[in-house]
Design a protein. Structure first.
Length: 224
């Protein structure tokens, strides 16, 4: 059985603004729906464990509703990523949401899980702010996972458009570029997926379905 892990942020505070953040629900629901629909076994985990905070929830969206209803019990008590054995997974998907900007880059478990899955020949996928997970991932040979890779992530223009440039701890596209990645942007808020071998990334919430479809194709296609 092919298995994938969806990782969620545990950070709820939007940079002292008094607003809450968390994982963007569509960015977990879309990959969950695509992967489970293709027969992939999907597990959930969060950085700190327990019930991860949500952002961007749309109760009228049928995919989100189905995800939240089907996974209600597991979302109420996700395992901490530090407790997860990565050896059984063929892929990891880092869902976005602004919360990831605070807890994904520095979490040792994020780096460990991504490194272990990558070095076993597995796939690493992320969307929107989910690529914040890749900022801190170093491989066993000391190189950055993103070095020399083409990828997509929430752009500086998009961060400016949502008026959070001065709130987030860093600009994601700049941080990934500084670590050797080639950030490939598309016009703001348009669906955009970049595939570079086993690294599959998307720019924004509108890109979640495309990233998920690309991951499903990689995991279940003829060459999988």
């Amino acid at each position: 059985m092919t298995r994938a892990l969806i990782v969620l942020t545990s950070h709820a505070d939007l940079g002292g603004t008094g607003r809450r953040t968390g994982f963007y629900v569509s960015e977990a629901a879309e990959p969950w729906a695509a992967l489970t629909g293709a027969g992939v076994e999907v597990d959930l985990a969060s950085v700190a464990g327990g019930e991860p905070p949500r952002d961007g929830e749309d109760p009228d969206d049928p995919v989100q509703r189905r995800f939240l209803e089907a996974e209600a019990a597991r979302l109420a008590a996700t395992p901490a990523l530090s407790e997860v054995d990565a050896s059984g997974y063929d892929a990891v998907f880092f869902a976005g949401g602004h919360g990831t900007m605070w807890d994904f880059p520095e979490a040792p478990a994020i780096s460990r899980v991504a490194r272990e899955i990558w070095e076993r020949g597995g796939h690493v996928a992320a969307v929107c702010h989910g690529p914040a997970a890749l900022v801190g991932v170093t491989l066993s040979d000391g190189t950055r996972l993103v070095a020399g890779k083409r990828l997509a992530a929430f752009t500086n223009d998009e961060e400016s458009a949502v008026a959070l440039t001065g709130v987030v701890p860093f600009l994601l596209a700049d941080a990934l570029t500084a670590r050797g990645a080639t950030h490939v942007p598309a016009p703001p808020f348009t669906p955009h997926t970049v595939i570079d071998g086993r690294l599959i990334t998307g720019q924004n919430p509108a890109s979640a379905a495309g990233v998920a479809e690309a991951l499903v194709a990689a995991l279940t296609g003829p060459a999988a």
